[in-house]
Ligand binder design. Structure first.
Ligand code: PEP
Length: 252
């Protein structure tokens, strides 16, 4: 089963509108011709609409970094899936470890958000991954299974096949420590097995599962050469066009 890899940049709480536009201009030029890989950028909410406008006519997709599960209502400070669709987003990152760690995101909320995003025709990039303490305690698979099963609950096989899952070991995010190619492949293949158990081989063969955690141009090729790794969710290295497009070029 051939899956088109997806390299997505998670800009986190970085970039003003002007900075965002300058960065996508550079990415647009540098990523031209990289057809074998899908590219997405996930700016902060304030820059979404201008970035969508700047990328109109290109194949580069835009995603948000979070969403509420309701379409509208008295939820001060929140952004709904309807608003993200209206702004021109295709993807939404859900359940990033920083949301889980600093903002109390639970597996149940991740599942609500995944379903709400699908209801608006958007595609979730659902993040799962263990902390360092969990890895050292030998419970990586247990943690990843719990997060994956809860996040995917009550979806259809077609939905799961069309979504993106990002395996992001928390200890590798923003730390400069990357999982070895083999460790990342082992956990991602384990996640694919969970999807197979829940939704069958067809969904498991089609769902794209990224690796995330200190991906850089220097380590991207080795990770992406692994059979179950379908791209990367990139934080720090997505903030500069040279490093982000270096990662894209390592995949094609
Ligand atoms: C992330 O935030 O999803 C991430 C993987 O960050 P970094 O690449 O900086 O580790």
């Amino acid at each position: 089963m051939s899956r088109r890899p997806i390299i997505a940049g998670n800009w986190k709480m970085h970039k003003t509108i002007a900075e965002a536009l300058a960065l996508v201009q550079e990415i647009k030029e540098a990523a031209a011709g990289c057809d074998g890989v899908e590219v997405a950028v996930c700016p902060p909410f304030t820059a979404l609409a201008p970035v969508v406008e700047a990328l109109r006519g290109t194949d580069i997709a835009v995603g948000a970094q979070n969403v509420h599960w309701e379409d509208k209502g008295a939820y001060t400070g929140e952004i709904s899936p309807v608003m993200l669709r209206d702004a021109g987003c295709r993807y939404v990152i859900i359940g990033h470890s920083e949301r889980r760690q600093y903002f109390g995101e639970t597996d149940e909320n991740v599942n609500r958000k995944v379903k709400a995003v699908f209801a608006q025709g958007l595609t979730p990039i659902m993040c799962v991954g263990e902390t360092l303490a969990e890895r050292e305690a030998g419970v990586t698979e247990k943690v990843v299974r719990t997060q994956t099963e809860a996040g995917l609950a009550a979806l259809t096989g077609e939905q799961v096949a069309g979504m993106v899952i990002a395996y992001e070991p928390v200890w590798a995010i923003g730390t400069g420590k990357t999982a070895s190619d083999e460790d990342a492949q082992q956990v991602i293949s384990f996640i694919r097995g969970i999807v197979a158990g829940l939704y069958g081989d067809s969904a498991a063969g089609r769902v794209r599962i990224q690796y995330g955690g200190s991906v850089k141009p220097e380590n991207a090729a080795g990770l992406m050469a692994k059979p179950d790794i379908d791209g990367a969710l990139v934080g720090g290295a997505s903030l500069e066009a040279a490093s982000f497009t270096g990662i894209i070029r390592a995949v094609v």
